[in-house]
Design a protein around this ligand. Structure first.
Ligand SMILES: CC(C)(COP(=O)(O)OP(=O)(O)OC[C@H]1O[C@@H](n2cnc3c(N)ncnc32)[C@H](O)[C@@H]1OP(=O)(O)O)[C@@H](O)C(=O)NCCC(=O)NCCS
Length: 163
C-alpha cells in the first residue's frame, strides 16, 4: 500500500508528538526545545487547524500542519503557518512532499490563500522540499532568535494557494 495522507485524528496524537520530537531533538528544524506530549497535540486537534498525517502500513510516519499565522487578525485569516515533520528514519522518501501536497489541498479547500514559514538556512531538506513545491524564498531574517544560546537566521518562505 502506498503512503496515504489523511486528516489527523485524536488517536494519532502520540505518533505526531513522537515525530515532532525527532525534529526538536535534531536542532535543525525549529527554535522549539520543549519536547511535546500526546496531550499537547490533542490540543492542536481541538483548535481545528489543518493537520494532515501520512499513514504507511498502519503507522503514522509524517505530518504537516497549518495553524493560523497571526491568530485574531482578520486580514490574515487565510494565511497558514505550516510545519512538516517526517519520522527520522523515513526521511528522503517523498513523505514530506506527500504531507505538504495534502496540506496545501486542504488549506485551499478551506479558503486559505497562502502558506508561510521560516526555515533555518542550514535546513537543506526543508528548503529543497519548499522549492520543489513552488514556494518562494522571500528573504532572510538575520538573528531572528537563539537556539541553545546561538543566534540563528531564518529564510522566509511563502506559497500562494489561490490564483
Ligand atoms: C524537511 C522534511 C519535512 C522533508 O521531508 P522528506 O520526506 O525528507 O522530503 P521528500 O523526500 O518529500 O523530498 C522533498 C524534496 O526535497 C528534496 N530533499 C529531501 N531531502 C533532501 C536532502 N537531505 N538534501 C537535499 N534535498 C533533499 C527531495 O529530493 C525532494 O525534491 P524533488 O521533489 O525535487 O525531488 C523532512 O526531512 C523532515 O522531517 N526534516 C526534519 C524536520 C524539519 O526540518 N521540518 C521542516 C521544518 S520547517
Amino acid at each position: 500500500m502506498p503512503p496515504r495522507p489523511r486528516p489527523a485524528r485524536p488517536e494519532d496524537a502520540e505518533a505526531i508528538a513522537r515525530i515532532y520530537n525527532d525534529g526538536i531533538e535534531d536542532r535543525l528544524a525549529t527554535f522549539e526545545t520543549r519536547l511535546r506530549s500526546a496531550a499537547d497535540v490533542a490540543g492542536w486537534l481541538e483548535e481545528g487547524f489543518p493537520l494532515i498525517v501520512v499513514e504507511e502500513e498502519g503507522a503514522v510516519v509524517a505530518w504537516a500542519s497549518a495553524p493560523p499565522y497571526r491568530p485574531g487578525r482578520e486580514a490574515y485569516a487565510g494565511i497558514g503557518e505550516f510545519s512538516a515533520y517526517v519520522a527520522r528514519s523515513e526521511r528522503g522518501r517523498g513523505l514530506g512532499r506527500t504531507a505538504m501536497d495534502a496540506l496545501a489541498t486542504e488549506a485551499r479547500a478551506r479558503g486559505f490563500w497562502k502558506l508561510v514559514s521560516r526555515i533555518f538556512p542550514e535546513n537543506e531538506p526543508s528548503l529543497a522540499l519548499c522549492r520543489s513545491l513552488g514556494f518562494r524564498e522571500v528573504g532572510i531574517y538575520r538573528r531572528h532568535g537563539q537556539l541553545d544560546g546561538a543566534w540563528r537566521d531564518v529564510v522566509i518562505v511563502e506559497l500562494l494557494l489561490a490564483d
